[in-house]
Design a protein around this ligand. Structure first.
Ligand code: SF4
Ligand code: SF4
Length: 513
């Protein structure tokens, strides 16, 4: 499939609700997964003959399994409050990208086969048969939802389109119509341990090179250990952190934090991936397989804590589901959150005065912060409500003298998805990604013009990759997106070995962190 030519939307000063353009994005659809990728995950290799019957049975199974799903399908009153809340609708003008319309693609089939009114008077209640045309619409528009939950914040009933989109993808996988990008990646993570398919020797090699680079730059031997038994912390981080800009600068930041706080840590070559694309396709079983690798690595390495690096959806899975999927983690130190986010760790050390920071080292930047949708609306941090908004901001303000927030409608619980989340970060969906980024780009442009913002920090691997790719479409440069821990890395003052003034040299203080 050739990638369609398209125009980048124009940036407006204030958000404008677009005029409807029917079927404007009907052509947008990701590549389908080949038989090989499907079968590895336990799905049929291609569309099966009796797909309608199997799909309806699966929908029935999901209704029973996820009570919330049926409540969402039954409770929409068509009030319209969600219609202009989706970044994909705002960027594409396609009415089927209004959250309620997206839900209705599923709801009309649900009504036809699972409600009495839909069985008896389908036309009266908007019920429809499950046809091939409907399946094609599902494939297109449920791959135009990044499962970001923004619409649910504005829905008076809290209806979560993300769950409906996950259910639709699960049904499609079950009948053999899976998406290439997600399913290929899940297969790699389940067999090799990370999304990139990076085997252990390549990982070790990369980290050794990084160790040398950091030593050359700082004069300090900051370690990047792999598979070190008995380390205190197992760091689970997105594999993008191992090789790509700006991710790798974040990894350097984590390593410097561990180094200065004298906390022993390790990566695992067996579980070398924080991302868990099983969630994007709504597959509990596939999500669990990846989560169990983390549990196994923690047991094998004998660590006391599990810390997650900067990855939005990985933190959503870790915070919301890890204990259910792979617990109990009774073998870990119960004095720490299980799991813990790297921002919680850095923030805690900062508050205890265990990090030496010089924010003037970031004086060449005016920074704003993009709340990752998964962190903002599907998780928390720290022990207070809203910690997921405040902790990253407090870190940035401690390491950076120039900080500005973007307009209030576009941050915290109202944040816009970057446009590439939910398993959509693939070049076959580039038009959708560029258009879906529009609301964030407008908010960014606002603070660039008004306050001279030069960089946007993020704590999500998908956001960072997405922005690196789409920034040039909107006349920003790729390097204007940075890792939050890159700012920490710049500001942290490391002293050569043996200098007692660096961080804490008191092991008991480290334990207390
Ligand atoms: S979950 Fe996000 S991407 Fe999906 S419909 Fe709602 S606002 Fe749009
Ligand atoms: S805001 Fe909620 S109830 Fe209103 S139309 Fe949207 S999904 Fe339905």
């Amino acid at each position: 499939m050739a990638v369609a030519e398209f125009d980048t939307p124009e940036l407006k000063e204030y958000p404008v609700i677009p005029h409807l353009q029917k079927d404007a994005m009907a052509h947008s659809r990701p590549f389908e997964a080949k038989a090989d990728f499907q079968e590895k995950l336990g799905f049929p290799g291609g569309l099966i003959d009796n797909w309608q019957q199997v799909a309806i049975e699966k929908m029935g199974e999901l209704n029973k399994k996820y009570r919330s799903l049926q409540v969402y399908l039954d409770s929409c009153v068509k009030c319209g409050a969600c219609t202009d809340k989706c970044h994909y609708y705002l960027g594409t003008s396609d009415p089927k990208n209004m959250p309620v319309a997206r839900q209705d693609l599923y709801r009309k089939i649900y009504r036809r086969y699972f409600t009495i009114s839909g069985k008896l008077f389908p036309k009266l209640v908007g019920a429809e048969d499950l046809t091939e045309e409907v399946l094609e619409d599902w494939y297109s528009y449920f791959h135009q939802c990044s499962q970001c939950r923004r619409c649910s914040v504005y829905c008076p009933y809290g209806i979560d389109t993300a769950e409906i989109s996950m259910a639709a993808r699960e049904v499609m996988d079950t009948v053999g119509k899976g998406q290439k990008y997600c399913n290929e990646i899940i297969g790699k993570a389940q067999t090799i341990g990370n999304n990139l398919g990076l085997p252990e020797p390549a990982l070790v090699n990369t980290l050794e090179g990084l160790e040398e680079d950091v030593e050359e730059e700082t004069g300090v031997k900051v370690r990047f250990p792999v598979d070190e038994k008995g380390a205190e912390v197992l760091l689970i981080t997105p594999s993008a952190d191992f090789f790509a800009e700006p991710h790798i600068d974040g990894l350097i930041g984590y390593a410097k934090v561990f180094h200065q706080a004298k906390i022993s840590w390790t990566l695992s070559s067996f579980a070398s991936e924080a991302a868990n694309f099983g969630m994007f396709i709504g597959s509990y079983e596939n999500m669990q397989k990846l989560a169990l690798r983390i549990r196994q690595a923690a047991i094998d390495l004998g660590v006391k804590r599990i810390v997650f690096g900067e990855c939005g959806h990985a933190w959503r899975v870790a915070y919301s589901f890890l204990n259910t999927l792979a617990g109990p983690f009774d073998f870990l130190d119960q004095n720490y959150p299980i799991p813990q986010h790297i921002c919680e760790l850095t923030h805690g050390l900062m508050k205890e005065g265990k990090l030496t920071l010089d924010p003037s080292r970031n004086d060449d930047m005016v920074v704003t912060y993009h709340d990752s949708c998964n962190v903002a609306r599907a998780s928390r941090m720290g022990d207070k409500p809203g910690g997921q908004f405040e902790i990253p901001r407090e870190i940035i303000k401690a390491v950076c003298n120039n900080y500005v927030d973007m307009p209030s409608h576009s941050i915290k619980e109202g944040t816009y998805c970057c446009g590439g989340g939910g398993g959509l970060l693939t070049d076959d969906l580039i038009e959708l990604r560029v258009k879906g980024a529009l609301p964030r780009m407008e908010a960014l442009k606002n603070v660039v013009d008004e306050y001279g913002v030069t960089h946007m920090a993020a704590i999500c691997a998908i956001c960072k990759s997405q922005f690196s790719k789409v920034f040039p479409y909107y006349n920003f440069s790729m390097d204007q997106i940075i890792s939050l821990h890159q700012l920490v890395s710049n500001a942290i003052v490391l002293q050569p070995e043996g200098n007692a003034s660096e961080g804490s040299d008191d092991e008991s203080q480290v334990e207390a962190a």
